[in-house]
Design a binder for this molecule. Structure first.
Ligand SMILES: Cc1cc2nc3c(=O)[nH]c(=O)nc-3n(C[C@H](O)[C@H](O)[C@H](O)COP(=O)(O)O)c2cc1C
Length: 380
């Protein structure tokens, strides 16, 4: 296949030195993999495999990371991969590429979720400017302060969700808010009564830091057992060492938004994940914070009741609470080499390995640089 010219050479940022030997398309694909890896995922399982080819990025489900108790169908796994897909699209748009995206293209291969090809043409509108938000976005589980989402922003979020093939249902009336709260309480209780659910939660909240996955204590509220929150956040504090303050109830009405889709199959779940990440990035860009609160969408009984009361014939996929709060620490990510196959990027040198690049030109004449063993340099 002939090499396509770079449509807007190099977009906005200079390529990293590790990518400078690559052609523009490969460079953009490497960056798409970087951003995909930063997507949110259920319990921070990062249930994706990314394969790079010279002309495309392939996203696959990693079923070994599926939460069998919480997510037996793999709906939230696919949703998480959808979020990674949106980030890849953002990265390619930021480099000036248009894309073609095939979603769930092979009926015989349910793990193949998306194939993204950079092509000549105009980048998808509205995505490039979201690139800086990808690294800033966090799931924020703090108490939100009294700020209501302006109606104009709500209208824009609704329109962005529609662009991504989903429908946003704001939970506005007191009756509906109460119902969502009750159903979340009920679902939370049912889940916590299930030993397999609890074991899975414990497994993903006590991972060694080096694994680069799971929900770390720094990012979750400390649970004392005394707090009675109306809308219970999932209790991730399995070690009792949560780093955020215990109270999470908002000072005033936080905004609750339910993302829904017309169908309820892997294609729809993938779109729901793209829509969710699009909204989260748009909100991050405007200094709003958010966290998914998904217990009521996970338990079949409460999901059905949510659907009949709020969304008519559409299928609830994810509930988001939105507000303002102080930032929270980031959650870890897996090593790139474990997730991305066929990368053409030069891997960074292992710690302690000699520098690949020649030493600075200001070396004293006739002397050689030698590491002093503490990250500095002496001259012999
Ligand atoms: C499908 C899905 C469901 C999630 N459900 C919850 C939830 O119920 N409660 C919660 O606090 N976080 C939830 N999260 C957020 C993840 O825990 C979070 O994305 C992950 O720990 C990584 O952290 P980060 O988003 O700060 O990068 C969910 C995320 C996804 C994609």
């Amino acid at each position: 296949m002939p090499e396509l010219p770079s449509p807007r050479p190099e977009g906005r940022r200079a390529p990293s030195t590790r990518d400078s030997a690559l052609d523009p398309r490969s460079r953009a694909l490497e960056e798409a993999a970087d951003l995909a890896m930063k997507a949110p995922s259920v319990h921070n399982t990062q249930p994706w495999r990314i394969e790079l080819q010279p002309d495309r990025l392939i996203l696959r489900a990693d079923r070994s990371r599926q939460l069998r108790a919480l997510d037996p169908l793999g709906r939230e796994l696919v949703l998480s991969v959808g979020a990674a897909l949106l980030n890849a699209r953002v990265a390619l748009a930021a480099r000036g590429w248009a894309v073609t995206v095939e979603r769930v293209p092979d009926p015989g291969d349910g793990d193949l979720l998306a194939v993204v090809r950079p092509v000549e043409g105009s980048p998808e509108p509205g995505l490039a400017e979201l690139a800086p938000a990808v690294g800033r976005r966090r799931t924020n589980r703090r108490r939100f302060t009294a700020h209501e989402l302006p109606e104009r922003l709500l209208r824009m979020l609704t329109s962005w969700a529609r662009d991504e093939g989903a429908t946003l249902v704001p939970v506005l009336s007191d009756t509906h808010r109460l119902l969502v709260t009750r159903l979340t309480q009920e679902a939370d209780q049912l889940q916590n009564a299930d030993p397999e659910y609890r074991a899975e939660l414990r497994q993903w909240t006590t991972r060694p830091y080096a694994h680069g996955d799971g929900v770390p204590p720094e990012a979750v509220p400390h649970v004392t057992g005394r707090e009675k929150e109306a809308l219970p956040l999932r209790d991730f504090d399995s070690r009792g060492s949560g780093g955020l303050p215990p109270r999470t109830d908002p000072e005033a009405g936080q905004t609750l938004l339910l993302l829904t889709t017309a169908a309820d199959d892997p294609g729809a779940w993938l779109r729901a994940g793209e829509a969710m990440e699009r909204l989260l990035l748009e909100l991050t860009r405007k200094d709003w914070v958010a966290s998914p609160v998904t217990q009521a969408v996970e338990v079949p009984l409460t999901r059905t009741r949510l659907r009949s009361a709020l969304t008519w014939d559409a299928h609830p996929q994810i509930l988001l609470r939105i507000g303002r709060a102080e930032p929270t620490p980031s959650s870890p990510r897996r090593r790139r080499s474990e997730v991305v196959a066929n990368s053409r990027r030069q891997p960074p040198p292992p710690p302690g390995a000699p520098h690949e690049t020649p030493h600075p030109v200001d070396a004293p004449a006739g002397h050689r640089p030698v590491s002093d063993g503490r990250g500095g340099t002496t001259w012999t």
